[in-house]
Design a protein around this ligand. Structure first.
Ligand code: NAD
Length: 313
């Protein structure tokens, strides 16, 4: 791959793995990140690669993003306000960063004829329990005005914006909806559930479950997400479309806690607290989130490979 690629949010969990893979495949890679939740340590393995550069700055900086887009063939737009505690505490920042940042990236890509992949989320399906979720399902079903929905709503607006740029300017833009990605470097400054459970289990401390623990998620290993986004970016027919990218293997949070305790050979006990105790505010969770991946399978042969057990150990 002899491409020049910009990865916004490149010092984050998913972004840093994406930068690594793109470098392995021969691309010239620039990571743009304001280090708000990401970390320079995530780039430790690639910082000395002559085809890699890091720029500290914001996706909301119009001139900076325009300059970087001018030097890029492809843009993976991953920078966003992320993490349940952050989005609950900072709903205004979440909406502003996610919408202004995406709008800015889309304008810069259109001006400079770059191809763009926008990172979206399973949360755009709202509280739907009509699983598996298909890409043409209704969005934001049953969501309320709790600050918990700031993230989902802003990502849904990002998607509409992306498709408006596709229709109006012919911008080659792809939307990838991720489902609970896990793997190394997911540090959980804002409380990601898998690293939090594994850390507690390894320390033989109580593994704390928020809510009933009956809510389910489909955890997807990072390499399966990276495979998906790179294949989508390279697929000409993917432009103007949204794709679910995730595992279909569903597990309850309670069973996840059991698995973390078992696989860590831990003596931890499970402990249950309410969402209000956990987040300090009312919280409106969704019970199930399972992707249909038929569309990505048909377009790019998408098929996640790593199981949850393999991912945890
Ligand atoms: P992350 O917090 O590790 O990465 C986000 C990165 O964006 C961080 O490095 C952060 O510093 C950076 N950032 C935030 N605001 C910025 C700004 N204004 N300018 C520049 N950089 C900024 O989280 P992640 O899990 O790697 O998420 C990456 C993307 O994937 C996000 O768009 C997120 O919404 C999406 N996503 C992730 C998951 C998941 O399970 N991890 C699920 C669905 C969607």
């Amino acid at each position: 791959m002899s491409k020049r690629v910009l990865v916004t949010g490149g010092a984050g969990f998913i972004g840093s793995h994406l930068c690594e893979r793109l470098l392995t495949e021969g691309a010239e890679v620039t990571a743009l990140d304001d280090l708000s939740t990401g970390s320079i340590e995530n780039l430790h393995g690639i910082k000395d690669n002559s085809r890699f550069s890091f720029v500290q700055g914001s996706v909301c900086d119009v001139e900076l993003v325009d300059r970087l887009a001018k030097e890029s063939d492809d843009i993976y737009h991953l920078a966003a306000a992320v993490g349940v505690q952050l989005i609950v505490d900072e709903p205004v920042r979440t909406i502003e960063t996610n919408i202004h940042g995406s709008e800015n990236v889309l304008h810069a890509a259109a001006r400079n004829e770059a191809r763009v992949l926008i990172a979206s989320t399973s949360e755009v399906y709202g509280k739907s329990e009509n699983v598996p979720f298909r890409e043409d399902d209704d969005m934001l079903l049953g969501s309320t005005r709790f600050s918990r929905w700031s993230y989902a709503c802003s990502k849904a607006v990002d998607e509409f914006l992306a498709f408006a740029f596709y229709q109006k300017y012919g911008l080659e833009v792809i939307v990838a909806r991720f489902f609970n990605t896990i793997g190394p470097r997911q540090r959980g400054r804002y409380g990601m559930v898998v690293p939090r459970f594994v850390k507690a289990a390894l320390n033989n401390e109580p593994v704390t479950i928020y809510g009933s623990g009956k809510q389910t998620r489909c955890f997807t290993y990072i390499s399966d997400v990276i495979d998906g986004v790179i294949a989508l970016m390279q697929c000409p027919d993917a432009a103007g479309e949204a794709f679910n990218i995730g595992s279909q293997s569903e597990i309850s949070i309670e069973s996840l806690a059991d698995a973390a305790i078992r696989l860590s050979k831990s003596s931890s006990e499970k402990k249950y607290i309410s969402y209000e105790q956990a987040y300090g505010r009312p919280f409106d969770d969704m019970m199930r989130r399972v992707p249909s991946i038929e569309k990505a399978a048909a377009m790019i042969g998408y098929s996640p490979k790593v199981s949850l057990e393999e991912a945890i150990v």
